[in-house]
Design a binder for this molecule. Structure first.
Ligand SMILES: NC(=O)c1ccc[n+]([C@@H]2O[C@H](COP(=O)([O-])OP(=O)(O)OC[C@H]3O[C@@H](n4cnc5c(N)ncnc54)[C@H](O)[C@@H]3O)[C@@H](O)[C@H]2O)c1
Ligand SMILES: O=C(O)C[C@H](O)C(=O)O
Length: 409
Protein backbone atom coordinates (compact mmCIF):
# COMPACT_ATOMS: atom_id res chain seq x y z
CA UNK A 1 0.00 0.00 0.00
CA UNK A 2 1.26 3.45 -0.81
CA UNK A 3 1.86 5.61 2.19
CA UNK A 4 -0.89 8.03 2.99
CA UNK A 5 -0.04 11.56 3.93
CA UNK A 6 1.37 11.64 7.45
CA UNK A 7 -1.43 13.11 9.32
CA UNK A 8 -3.20 13.50 12.58
CA UNK A 9 -5.43 16.38 13.35
CA UNK A 10 -8.49 17.90 11.76
CA UNK A 11 -9.32 14.77 9.87
CA UNK A 12 -11.02 14.00 6.66
CA UNK A 13 -10.56 11.30 4.11
CA UNK A 14 -7.80 10.50 1.75
CA UNK A 15 -7.15 7.62 -0.50
CA UNK A 16 -4.71 5.09 0.72
CA UNK A 17 -4.89 3.18 -2.52
CA UNK A 18 -2.10 3.22 -5.03
CA UNK A 19 -2.50 5.76 -7.77
CA UNK A 20 -4.14 4.11 -10.73
CA UNK A 21 -5.89 1.48 -8.65
CA UNK A 22 -9.49 1.49 -9.78
CA UNK A 23 -11.20 1.46 -6.40
CA UNK A 24 -9.49 3.94 -4.17
CA UNK A 25 -10.60 3.69 -0.60
CA UNK A 26 -11.45 6.78 1.34
CA UNK A 27 -9.69 6.57 4.62
CA UNK A 28 -9.83 8.95 7.52
CA UNK A 29 -6.72 10.99 7.71
CA UNK A 30 -5.93 14.48 8.62
CA UNK A 31 -3.76 17.46 8.16
CA UNK A 32 -0.12 17.48 8.93
CA UNK A 33 1.18 18.31 12.34
CA UNK A 34 4.54 17.72 13.86
CA UNK A 35 5.97 18.43 17.25
CA UNK A 36 7.66 21.47 15.81
CA UNK A 37 4.54 22.76 14.23
CA UNK A 38 3.51 26.08 15.70
CA UNK A 39 -0.15 25.29 15.07
CA UNK A 40 -0.25 22.19 17.22
CA UNK A 41 -1.55 24.22 20.10
CA UNK A 42 -5.10 23.97 18.88
CA UNK A 43 -4.95 20.33 17.95
CA UNK A 44 -5.59 19.15 21.48
CA UNK A 45 -8.40 16.92 20.30
CA UNK A 46 -5.84 14.75 18.58
CA UNK A 47 -2.17 15.62 18.49
CA UNK A 48 0.16 15.50 21.44
CA UNK A 49 3.77 16.54 21.46
CA UNK A 50 6.20 14.69 19.25
CA UNK A 51 5.43 13.27 15.87
CA UNK A 52 5.45 9.61 16.81
CA UNK A 53 3.67 10.21 20.07
CA UNK A 54 0.70 11.14 17.94
CA UNK A 55 0.41 7.88 16.11
CA UNK A 56 -1.97 6.30 18.54
CA UNK A 57 -3.88 9.46 19.27
CA UNK A 58 -7.35 9.72 17.84
CA UNK A 59 -7.55 12.22 15.03
CA UNK A 60 -10.51 14.50 14.96
CA UNK A 61 -12.43 12.34 12.51
CA UNK A 62 -10.78 9.07 13.29
CA UNK A 63 -7.52 7.23 13.77
CA UNK A 64 -4.73 6.65 11.35
CA UNK A 65 -3.27 3.25 11.65
CA UNK A 66 0.05 3.14 13.39
CA UNK A 67 1.59 1.29 10.48
CA UNK A 68 0.46 3.88 8.00
CA UNK A 69 1.76 6.72 10.07
CA UNK A 70 5.08 4.97 10.65
CA UNK A 71 5.45 4.29 6.94
CA UNK A 72 4.43 7.78 6.15
CA UNK A 73 6.90 9.34 8.55
CA UNK A 74 9.68 7.13 7.34
CA UNK A 75 8.98 8.20 3.79
CA UNK A 76 8.74 11.81 4.76
CA UNK A 77 11.96 11.64 6.72
CA UNK A 78 13.76 10.21 3.70
CA UNK A 79 12.30 12.75 1.32
CA UNK A 80 12.45 15.85 3.33
CA UNK A 81 15.34 15.33 5.71
CA UNK A 82 15.03 18.22 8.10
CA UNK A 83 12.26 20.09 6.30
CA UNK A 84 9.18 20.48 8.49
CA UNK A 85 5.81 20.38 6.75
CA UNK A 86 3.60 23.26 7.70
CA UNK A 87 -0.10 23.43 7.07
CA UNK A 88 -0.88 26.39 4.88
CA UNK A 89 -3.56 28.45 6.57
CA UNK A 90 -4.31 30.25 3.35
CA UNK A 91 -7.83 29.46 2.24
CA UNK A 92 -10.98 31.50 2.61
CA UNK A 93 -14.20 29.63 3.29
CA UNK A 94 -17.71 31.12 3.35
CA UNK A 95 -20.67 29.49 5.06
CA UNK A 96 -24.06 30.77 3.85
CA UNK A 97 -26.70 30.01 6.47
CA UNK A 98 -24.05 30.12 9.18
CA UNK A 99 -26.39 30.87 12.10
CA UNK A 100 -28.46 27.73 11.56
CA UNK A 101 -28.52 24.29 13.08
CA UNK A 102 -25.87 23.01 10.66
CA UNK A 103 -24.16 26.34 10.09
CA UNK A 104 -23.01 26.87 13.68
CA UNK A 105 -21.31 23.53 14.38
CA UNK A 106 -19.98 23.48 10.83
CA UNK A 107 -18.44 26.90 11.34
CA UNK A 108 -16.80 25.63 14.53
CA UNK A 109 -15.33 22.61 12.75
CA UNK A 110 -14.05 24.75 9.89
CA UNK A 111 -12.60 27.19 12.44
CA UNK A 112 -10.46 24.28 13.66
CA UNK A 113 -8.90 23.70 10.26
CA UNK A 114 -5.27 24.74 9.99
CA UNK A 115 -5.80 25.29 6.26
CA UNK A 116 -8.29 28.14 6.70
CA UNK A 117 -7.10 31.73 6.98
CA UNK A 118 -10.46 33.41 6.81
CA UNK A 119 -13.94 32.18 7.70
CA UNK A 120 -16.82 34.26 6.38
CA UNK A 121 -20.14 33.67 8.10
CA UNK A 122 -23.25 34.86 6.30
CA UNK A 123 -26.89 34.61 7.31
CA UNK A 124 -30.02 36.68 7.10
CA UNK A 125 -30.00 37.09 10.91
CA UNK A 126 -28.21 36.22 14.18
CA UNK A 127 -24.76 35.76 12.70
CA UNK A 128 -22.95 38.49 14.66
CA UNK A 129 -23.12 36.57 17.90
CA UNK A 130 -22.05 33.32 16.30
CA UNK A 131 -19.02 35.06 14.79
CA UNK A 132 -18.12 36.85 18.04
CA UNK A 133 -18.30 33.56 19.91
CA UNK A 134 -16.23 31.62 17.37
CA UNK A 135 -13.65 34.35 17.00
CA UNK A 136 -12.42 33.66 20.55
CA UNK A 137 -11.11 30.23 19.56
CA UNK A 138 -7.33 30.46 19.24
CA UNK A 139 -7.10 28.88 15.82
CA UNK A 140 -5.54 30.58 12.81
CA UNK A 141 -8.56 31.77 10.87
CA UNK A 142 -10.04 35.20 11.17
CA UNK A 143 -13.84 35.14 11.52
CA UNK A 144 -15.89 37.75 9.70
CA UNK A 145 -19.66 38.15 9.91
CA UNK A 146 -22.05 39.32 7.22
CA UNK A 147 -25.76 39.87 7.77
CA UNK A 148 -28.49 40.27 5.18
CA UNK A 149 -28.63 40.68 1.43
CA UNK A 150 -26.65 43.93 1.48
CA UNK A 151 -23.60 42.12 2.82
CA UNK A 152 -23.88 38.93 0.78
CA UNK A 153 -21.59 40.06 -2.05
CA UNK A 154 -18.90 41.16 0.39
CA UNK A 155 -19.07 37.81 2.19
CA UNK A 156 -18.10 36.05 -1.04
CA UNK A 157 -15.19 38.16 -2.26
CA UNK A 158 -12.01 36.18 -2.67
CA UNK A 159 -13.51 32.99 -1.27
CA UNK A 160 -12.09 29.57 -2.27
CA UNK A 161 -14.89 27.36 -0.94
CA UNK A 162 -18.54 28.32 -0.42
CA UNK A 163 -20.67 26.01 1.70
CA UNK A 164 -24.45 26.45 1.57
CA UNK A 165 -26.58 25.04 4.39
CA UNK A 166 -29.13 27.89 4.10
CA UNK A 167 -32.76 26.90 3.99
CA UNK A 168 -35.53 25.24 5.93
CA UNK A 169 -35.23 21.71 7.32
CA UNK A 170 -37.89 18.96 7.34
CA UNK A 171 -40.44 18.27 10.03
CA UNK A 172 -41.91 14.81 10.64
CA UNK A 173 -44.13 13.68 7.77
CA UNK A 174 -42.34 15.79 5.16
CA UNK A 175 -40.17 14.63 2.29
CA UNK A 176 -37.10 16.58 1.25
CA UNK A 177 -38.97 17.55 -1.90
CA UNK A 178 -41.55 19.30 0.31
CA UNK A 179 -38.79 21.84 1.02
CA UNK A 180 -38.44 22.68 -2.67
CA UNK A 181 -40.76 25.69 -2.75
CA UNK A 182 -38.80 27.59 -0.11
CA UNK A 183 -35.27 26.31 -0.59
CA UNK A 184 -35.15 26.48 -4.40
CA UNK A 185 -35.49 30.25 -4.26
CA UNK A 186 -32.94 30.59 -1.46
CA UNK A 187 -30.35 28.53 -3.34
CA UNK A 188 -31.02 30.40 -6.57
CA UNK A 189 -30.45 33.79 -4.93
CA UNK A 190 -27.29 32.67 -3.15
CA UNK A 191 -25.82 31.08 -6.29
CA UNK A 192 -26.47 34.26 -8.27
CA UNK A 193 -24.29 36.05 -5.75
CA UNK A 194 -21.64 33.32 -5.90
CA UNK A 195 -21.60 33.64 -9.71
CA UNK A 196 -21.11 37.40 -9.45
CA UNK A 197 -18.52 37.43 -6.69
CA UNK A 198 -16.51 34.20 -6.57
CA UNK A 199 -17.24 32.24 -9.77
CA UNK A 200 -14.07 30.17 -9.37
CA UNK A 201 -14.87 28.90 -5.89
CA UNK A 202 -15.73 25.31 -5.05
CA UNK A 203 -19.48 25.32 -4.24
CA UNK A 204 -20.79 22.81 -1.70
CA UNK A 205 -24.59 22.55 -1.61
CA UNK A 206 -26.19 21.11 1.51
CA UNK A 207 -29.67 22.70 1.25
CA UNK A 208 -32.39 20.20 0.44
CA UNK A 209 -33.67 18.79 -1.76
CA UNK A 210 -30.08 18.33 -2.94
CA UNK A 211 -31.30 16.25 -5.91
CA UNK A 212 -32.91 19.46 -7.23
CA UNK A 213 -30.91 22.29 -5.66
CA UNK A 214 -27.68 21.21 -7.36
CA UNK A 215 -29.30 21.27 -10.84
CA UNK A 216 -30.79 24.68 -9.94
CA UNK A 217 -27.33 25.94 -9.04
CA UNK A 218 -25.92 24.58 -12.30
CA UNK A 219 -28.60 26.35 -14.36
CA UNK A 220 -28.07 29.64 -12.55
CA UNK A 221 -24.33 29.43 -13.10
CA UNK A 222 -24.93 28.61 -16.78
CA UNK A 223 -27.23 31.60 -17.14
CA UNK A 224 -24.51 33.74 -15.60
CA UNK A 225 -21.97 32.24 -18.02
CA UNK A 226 -19.71 30.89 -15.28
CA UNK A 227 -20.74 27.24 -14.89
CA UNK A 228 -17.80 24.99 -14.14
CA UNK A 229 -19.23 21.49 -13.59
CA UNK A 230 -16.02 20.46 -11.86
CA UNK A 231 -16.58 22.93 -9.04
CA UNK A 232 -20.20 22.30 -8.11
CA UNK A 233 -20.76 19.62 -5.46
CA UNK A 234 -23.89 18.30 -3.80
CA UNK A 235 -22.85 17.26 -0.31
CA UNK A 236 -23.83 13.61 0.10
CA UNK A 237 -21.06 12.84 2.58
CA UNK A 238 -23.54 12.22 5.39
CA UNK A 239 -24.84 9.17 3.53
CA UNK A 240 -21.33 7.73 3.46
CA UNK A 241 -20.74 8.59 7.11
CA UNK A 242 -23.98 6.84 8.07
CA UNK A 243 -23.30 3.82 5.87
CA UNK A 244 -19.83 3.43 7.37
CA UNK A 245 -21.21 3.70 10.90
CA UNK A 246 -24.10 1.29 10.43
CA UNK A 247 -22.03 -1.36 8.64
CA UNK A 248 -19.28 -1.16 11.25
CA UNK A 249 -21.84 -1.52 14.04
CA UNK A 250 -23.56 -4.44 12.37
CA UNK A 251 -20.35 -6.35 11.70
CA UNK A 252 -18.43 -5.28 14.79
CA UNK A 253 -15.71 -3.67 12.71
CA UNK A 254 -13.35 -0.93 13.70
CA UNK A 255 -15.29 2.11 12.52
CA UNK A 256 -12.37 3.86 11.01
CA UNK A 257 -11.60 1.01 8.63
CA UNK A 258 -15.01 0.88 6.99
CA UNK A 259 -15.69 2.60 3.70
CA UNK A 260 -18.96 2.19 1.81
CA UNK A 261 -19.50 4.08 -1.45
CA UNK A 262 -22.96 5.61 -1.67
CA UNK A 263 -24.22 6.54 -5.13
CA UNK A 264 -27.32 7.99 -6.81
CA UNK A 265 -28.75 11.01 -5.04
CA UNK A 266 -29.68 12.27 -1.59
CA UNK A 267 -33.31 11.37 -0.87
CA UNK A 268 -35.06 8.10 -0.06
CA UNK A 269 -34.47 5.36 -2.59
CA UNK A 270 -32.13 7.57 -4.61
CA UNK A 271 -29.59 7.01 -1.81
CA UNK A 272 -27.94 3.77 -2.86
CA UNK A 273 -25.23 2.34 -0.62
CA UNK A 274 -23.15 -0.16 -2.56
CA UNK A 275 -22.63 -2.59 0.28
CA UNK A 276 -20.97 -5.15 -1.98
CA UNK A 277 -18.18 -2.59 -2.49
CA UNK A 278 -17.54 -2.10 1.22
CA UNK A 279 -13.88 -1.97 2.17
CA UNK A 280 -12.77 -4.09 3.90
CA UNK A 281 -15.04 -6.57 2.21
CA UNK A 282 -17.78 -7.83 4.52
CA UNK A 283 -20.05 -10.79 4.26
CA UNK A 284 -23.69 -9.73 4.52
CA UNK A 285 -26.76 -11.91 4.12
CA UNK A 286 -29.52 -10.76 1.77
CA UNK A 287 -31.57 -9.79 4.82
CA UNK A 288 -28.71 -7.75 6.27
CA UNK A 289 -28.20 -5.97 2.93
CA UNK A 290 -31.89 -5.08 2.70
CA UNK A 291 -32.03 -3.94 6.32
CA UNK A 292 -28.87 -1.83 6.09
CA UNK A 293 -29.87 -0.30 2.78
CA UNK A 294 -33.26 0.78 4.09
CA UNK A 295 -31.74 2.13 7.32
CA UNK A 296 -29.19 4.21 5.39
CA UNK A 297 -31.90 5.50 3.05
CA UNK A 298 -34.15 6.44 5.98
CA UNK A 299 -31.48 7.72 8.34
CA UNK A 300 -32.41 11.35 7.74
CA UNK A 301 -36.02 10.57 8.56
CA UNK A 302 -34.88 8.67 11.67
CA UNK A 303 -33.33 11.94 12.94
CA UNK A 304 -36.27 14.11 11.83
CA UNK A 305 -38.64 11.88 13.79
CA UNK A 306 -36.41 11.76 16.84
CA UNK A 307 -36.18 15.56 16.85
CA UNK A 308 -39.98 15.63 16.67
CA UNK A 309 -40.41 18.95 14.89
CA UNK A 310 -37.16 20.61 16.00
CA UNK A 311 -35.44 20.06 12.66
CA UNK A 312 -33.30 17.48 10.94
CA UNK A 313 -29.72 16.25 11.26
CA UNK A 314 -27.40 19.11 12.20
CA UNK A 315 -24.45 17.72 14.16
CA UNK A 316 -23.74 14.67 12.03
CA UNK A 317 -24.31 16.88 8.98
CA UNK A 318 -21.84 19.45 10.24
CA UNK A 319 -19.33 16.66 10.80
CA UNK A 320 -19.89 15.31 7.30
CA UNK A 321 -19.77 18.73 5.67
CA UNK A 322 -16.58 19.61 7.56
CA UNK A 323 -15.01 16.44 6.25
CA UNK A 324 -15.97 17.42 2.71
CA UNK A 325 -14.63 20.96 3.18
CA UNK A 326 -11.37 19.58 4.56
CA UNK A 327 -11.06 17.21 1.61
CA UNK A 328 -11.61 20.11 -0.79
CA UNK A 329 -9.02 22.23 0.97
CA UNK A 330 -6.50 19.42 0.89
CA UNK A 331 -7.14 19.02 -2.83
CA UNK A 332 -6.73 22.76 -3.36
CA UNK A 333 -3.53 22.57 -1.34
CA UNK A 334 -2.07 20.04 -3.76
CA UNK A 335 -2.90 16.69 -2.18
CA UNK A 336 -3.27 14.40 -5.17
CA UNK A 337 -5.04 11.58 -3.33
CA UNK A 338 -8.41 12.99 -2.35
CA UNK A 339 -11.52 10.88 -2.95
CA UNK A 340 -15.06 11.48 -1.73
CA UNK A 341 -18.57 10.60 -2.80
CA UNK A 342 -20.50 13.61 -4.06
CA UNK A 343 -23.56 14.43 -6.17
CA UNK A 344 -22.10 16.08 -9.26
CA UNK A 345 -22.51 16.72 -12.96
CA UNK A 346 -21.87 13.22 -14.21
CA UNK A 347 -21.52 11.04 -17.27
CA UNK A 348 -21.48 7.76 -15.33
CA UNK A 349 -25.14 7.06 -16.09
CA UNK A 350 -27.70 8.57 -18.46
CA UNK A 351 -28.63 11.06 -15.71
CA UNK A 352 -26.98 14.50 -15.87
CA UNK A 353 -26.32 14.53 -12.11
CA UNK A 354 -25.35 11.50 -10.09
CA UNK A 355 -23.59 10.86 -6.79
CA UNK A 356 -20.54 8.66 -7.02
CA UNK A 357 -17.04 8.50 -5.77
CA UNK A 358 -14.98 11.27 -7.32
CA UNK A 359 -11.36 12.29 -7.27
CA UNK A 360 -10.94 15.90 -6.22
CA UNK A 361 -8.01 17.99 -7.36
CA UNK A 362 -6.98 21.64 -7.46
CA UNK A 363 -9.46 22.32 -10.25
CA UNK A 364 -12.34 20.44 -8.67
CA UNK A 365 -13.64 17.09 -9.89
CA UNK A 366 -10.62 15.51 -11.51
CA UNK A 367 -12.27 12.17 -12.24
CA UNK A 368 -15.51 10.30 -11.73
CA UNK A 369 -14.77 6.81 -10.46
CA UNK A 370 -16.75 4.33 -12.56
CA UNK A 371 -15.50 1.13 -10.98
CA UNK A 372 -17.96 1.18 -8.05
CA UNK A 373 -20.78 0.81 -10.57
CA UNK A 374 -19.23 -2.22 -12.21
CA UNK A 375 -20.02 -5.74 -11.05
CA UNK A 376 -23.00 -4.75 -8.93
CA UNK A 377 -25.09 -7.41 -7.23
CA UNK A 378 -28.54 -8.08 -8.62
CA UNK A 379 -30.04 -6.24 -5.64
CA UNK A 380 -27.89 -3.17 -6.27
CA UNK A 381 -28.46 -3.24 -10.04
CA UNK A 382 -32.23 -3.33 -9.51
CA UNK A 383 -32.05 -0.55 -6.92
CA UNK A 384 -29.95 1.52 -9.32
CA UNK A 385 -32.51 1.17 -12.09
CA UNK A 386 -35.35 1.86 -9.62
CA UNK A 387 -33.88 5.13 -8.40
CA UNK A 388 -33.35 6.63 -11.85
CA UNK A 389 -36.91 7.82 -12.60
CA UNK A 390 -37.20 9.63 -9.24
CA UNK A 391 -33.77 11.20 -9.54
CA UNK A 392 -34.48 12.24 -13.14
CA UNK A 393 -37.75 13.90 -12.09
CA UNK A 394 -36.00 15.81 -9.27
CA UNK A 395 -33.28 17.01 -11.64
CA UNK A 396 -35.83 18.11 -14.22
CA UNK A 397 -37.86 19.91 -11.56
CA UNK A 398 -34.78 21.91 -10.54
CA UNK A 399 -33.85 22.76 -14.11
CA UNK A 400 -37.42 23.83 -14.93
CA UNK A 401 -37.53 26.06 -11.83
CA UNK A 402 -34.29 27.81 -12.75
CA UNK A 403 -35.31 28.30 -16.35
CA UNK A 404 -38.72 29.69 -15.44
CA UNK A 405 -37.10 32.52 -13.55
CA UNK A 406 -33.95 33.48 -15.44
CA UNK A 407 -31.34 35.37 -13.48
CA UNK A 408 -30.69 39.06 -13.80
CA UNK A 409 -27.65 39.62 -16.03
N1 LIG B 1 -27.27 17.44 2.35
C1 LIG B 1 -27.56 16.84 3.49
O1 LIG B 1 -27.13 15.71 3.74
C2 LIG B 1 -28.36 17.55 4.55
C3 LIG B 1 -28.35 17.08 5.87
C4 LIG B 1 -29.05 17.79 6.83
C5 LIG B 1 -29.78 18.93 6.48
N2 LIG B 1 -29.77 19.35 5.19
C6 LIG B 1 -30.49 20.55 4.78
O2 LIG B 1 -29.77 21.70 5.21
C7 LIG B 1 -30.66 22.82 5.30
C8 LIG B 1 -30.40 23.57 6.60
O3 LIG B 1 -30.71 22.78 7.72
P1 LIG B 1 -30.58 23.38 9.21
O4 LIG B 1 -30.95 22.29 10.12
O5 LIG B 1 -29.26 24.04 9.36
O6 LIG B 1 -31.73 24.50 9.19
P2 LIG B 1 -31.88 25.75 10.15
O7 LIG B 1 -33.23 26.30 9.95
O8 LIG B 1 -31.45 25.42 11.52
O9 LIG B 1 -30.81 26.78 9.57
C9 LIG B 1 -30.94 27.34 8.31
C10 LIG B 1 -30.28 28.68 8.31
O10 LIG B 1 -30.42 29.22 7.00
C11 LIG B 1 -30.66 30.61 7.16
N3 LIG B 1 -31.24 31.16 5.95
C12 LIG B 1 -32.52 31.10 5.51
N4 LIG B 1 -32.64 31.78 4.37
C13 LIG B 1 -31.42 32.25 4.06
C14 LIG B 1 -30.91 33.02 3.00
N5 LIG B 1 -31.67 33.46 2.02
N6 LIG B 1 -29.59 33.31 3.03
C15 LIG B 1 -28.80 32.89 4.03
N7 LIG B 1 -29.24 32.16 5.06
C16 LIG B 1 -30.53 31.85 5.07
C17 LIG B 1 -31.56 30.72 8.38
O11 LIG B 1 -31.56 32.04 8.89
C18 LIG B 1 -30.94 29.69 9.28
O12 LIG B 1 -29.95 30.28 10.09
C19 LIG B 1 -32.05 22.22 5.18
O13 LIG B 1 -32.54 22.45 3.88
C20 LIG B 1 -31.85 20.75 5.42
O14 LIG B 1 -32.83 19.95 4.81
C21 LIG B 1 -29.08 18.69 4.23
O1 LIG C 1 -33.38 14.20 6.30
C1 LIG C 1 -33.30 15.40 6.11
O2 LIG C 1 -34.28 16.10 5.82
C2 LIG C 1 -31.98 16.09 6.28
C3 LIG C 1 -30.87 15.44 5.53
O3 LIG C 1 -31.11 15.33 4.17
C4 LIG C 1 -30.46 14.12 6.11
O4 LIG C 1 -30.23 13.17 5.37
O5 LIG C 1 -30.33 14.02 7.35
Amino acid sequence: MAAAAATFSVGTTCSVGRKGVSTPQSKPCALRFTAQNPLKSFSGLKATSGSFACESEPSFFGKESTATIRASYALKAQKEASVVQQPQASYKVAVLGAAGGIGQPLALLIKMSPLVSSLHLYDIANVKGVAADLSHCNTPSQVLDFTGADELAQSLKGVDVVVIPAGVPRKPGMTRDDLFNINAGIVKTLIEAVADNCPDAFIHIISNPVNSTVPIAAEVLKQKGVYNPKKLFGVSTLDVVRANTFVAQKKNLKLIDVDVPVVGGHAGITILPLLSKTKPSVSLSDEEVAELTVRIQNAGTEVVEAKAGAGSATLSMAYAAARFVESSLRALDGDSDVYECSYVDSSLTELPFFASRIKIGKEGVEALIPSDLQGLTEYEQKALEALKPELKASIEKGIAFANKQPVAA
